[in-house]
Design a protein around this ligand. Structure first.
Ligand code: UN1
Length: 543
């Protein structure tokens, strides 16, 4: 299994035991962003643990800018004792918020929304600086958090249970949601802000305390967001541990995953790590929300409007430098239009502006780590050695200005064998980089079969103007992914619908839809208002 960004989120290869030099000398580019977000720029080490107070006496994490290689900060992670203390504080915080009326919690979320929106631009810049995605996408990610706060505010007035008709006279059955307690959220580097937002807003509206372990390579995003939320909690007299932060690597993750005090663990990461998280949490009868691998296909029919399809495929495959779990990794094109699609797509790839993600003109930033560049290289080597045709890309950018960062060329490849089952590694593996594999098909059924023949099941998209194709695509013989689009690319989902995938993607659902129902414990409550106590099903136990 290749090391993707998802594994990084848990295992933390960026760990460094080295102590920082006495004073941090930051570029003005970095220090302007950090100081606007109240992250200390002169201290040698930045505390990465928050449970109402800032601390961290564990190993030191290094936050590194993927564009320049500059070390942005040394962050103090949590020791095992600090993990346990934080979980204890979170349990206490839960006791305060569980009895608040839900709409009052909604009011706090509204204030979090306002505080985040006020910092949208600079927080988006921090995402670009630390993760490497381009500014418009960094800001878009903060917008996603703002949107889900709005959603949580509304939800706080409609997390409704049900009244069920009882078969017994004078009886009523209520299905009631109550808070769970402490919710653990383990996020990945590629969405270092929004994915915590999806979880926190629902979890808080439902009355839980939330404990966040961000990716060890994006701790500053975790610190900046937590500072903003902490300010709002403090103004409202709510304990800070209602939204705790535990910067750290694998041990910190395991501390949360194995804790009996965390009834729900929401994990975004690799299939390999997700399998272990799933087993560990299931082993103690906890609940999980898993968001694992994506290996998403776009299918282009011969009647598709290519003026819409091509830019969407270009964004889906090249946007975020191929580091979304919803990135388009497979393209199935109908034979009649294949030459034109490939020619125009290759031309579009040739126009991509690569560079500093903080520069408003840039469309392609770096990969997040050097390890990701090796993963990209290995995937390209495998394509070449198996006889694939590389239409464009296939190598890193080595020119002067880009040499300090992890820049790779977006790649379009036509593998020799279009069948996902026979050329299994190429088609069935998620490579977290901008590589698009293409195959040509004749019938929609064949393309749907290919779409469904990989282990992952996150997102897919069909381009057509024929309503009959849409019916097949959305129906029982259609796409088996959790997100199934028509004339919309595979990435860029809105927050209103449930987000998540089937099969090895983990079956988890976050954000909108019915996702909130996982953040509560449900009780079926039968209440007898009568003067008799009859048994259900007419059972007579009077002897
Ligand atoms: C992810 O890549 O982990 O649909 C999340 C999208 C975004 C979220 C992606 N709204 O592409």
């Amino acid at each position: 299994m290749m090391l993707s960004r998802r594994a990084l989120s848990f295992q933390g290869p960026t760990f460094s035991l080295r102590r920082a030099a006495a004073v941090r000398a930051l570029s003005s580019r970095a220090s302007a962003i950090l100081s606007e977000l109240d992250i200390p720029t002169t201290a040698t080490e930045v505390p990465g643990v928050y449970d109402g107070a800032w601390k961290g006496s564990g190993e030191i994490l290094e936050s590194k800018c993927p564009t320049t290689g500059e070390v942005l900060a040394h962050v103090q992670s949590a020791t095992p004792q600090e993990v346990q203390q934080t979980l204890e504080k979170s349990r206490e915080a839960h006791k305060t918020i569980r009895t608040m009326p839900a709409p009052k919690r909604g009011e706090v979320l509204r204030q979090v929304r306002e505080a985040l929106a006020a910092k949208r631009d600079v927080l988006g810049a921090l995402v670009s600086l630390e993760m490497g995605k381009i500014k418009t996408e960094g800001v878009g990610e903060v917008q996603e958090f703002v949107d889900i706060c709005d959603y949580g505010v509304g939800l706080s007035r409609m997390m409704n249970g049900r009244v069920v008709a009882s078969e017994r006279p004078g009886h009523t059955i209520y299905e009631l949601p109550n808070p769970l307690g402490v919710v653990g959220v383990l996020t990945a580097f590629n969405f270092p802000v929004a994915v915590y937002g999806w979880n926190f807003s629902l979890s808080f509206a439902a009355g839980n305390a939330t404990v966040w372990k961000p990716s060890p390579s994006t701790p500053l995003c975790g610190i900046a967001v937590t500072r903003i939320i902490a300010g709002v909690l403090e103004r409202n007299g709510i304990p800070g541990a209602a939204s705790s932060l535990l910067a750290g690597g694998k041990d910190v993750g395991l501390g949360i995953v194995n804790s009996e005090d965390v009834p729900l663990v929401s994990f975004t990461g690799s299939e390999a790590v997700g399998r272990e998280v799933g087993k560990a949490v299931q082993g103690r009868f906890g609940k999980t929300i898993l968001e694992l691998g994506g290996n998403n296909a776009s299918i282009v029919m011969s009647d598709a409007d290519l003026s819409m399809a091509l830019p969407a495929i270009y964004f889906g495959a090249v946007g975020t430098a191929g580091q979304r779990c919803t990135t388009t990794r497979r393209l199935y094109v109908h034979r009649d239009i294949a030459p034109r699609v490939l020619e125009e797509l290759t031309r579009l790839y040739g126009t991509v502006r690569v560079g500093d993600p903080l520069d408003g003109r840039t469309l392609l930033g770096p990969l997040h780590t050097a390890q990701a560049v090796s993963t990209y290289g290995a995937a390209v080597d495998r394509l070449r050695s198996s006889g694939a045709e590389i239409l464009t890309g296939g190598e890193r950018y080595n020119d002067g200005a880009l040499s300090g960062g992890h820049f790779v060329k977006p790649t379009i490849a036509v593998p020799k064998n279009p069948q996902p089952s026979s050329a299994s590694e190429i088609w069935r593996t998620e490579t977290f980089a901008p590589i698009l594999n293409v195959a040509v098909f004749d019938e929609l059924e064949q393309a749907i079969e290919w779409n469904n023949s990989v282990p992952q099941g996150l997102s897919s998209s069909l381009w057509t103007r024929d309503i009959r194709n849409v019916g097949r695509w959305l129906g029982p013989e259609g796409s088996d992914t959790g997100i199934v689009n028509v004339n919309v690319g595979t990435s860029g989902a809105e927050i209103g619908a449930a987000f998540g995938g089937n099969k090895s993607t983990g079956w988890g659902r976050e954000s909108g839809g019915d996702a909130w129902k996982q953040y509560v414990r449900w009780s079926a409550c039968t209440v007898n208002f009568s003067d008799a106590a009859p048994l259900a099903q007419g059972v007579d136990f009077s002897g």
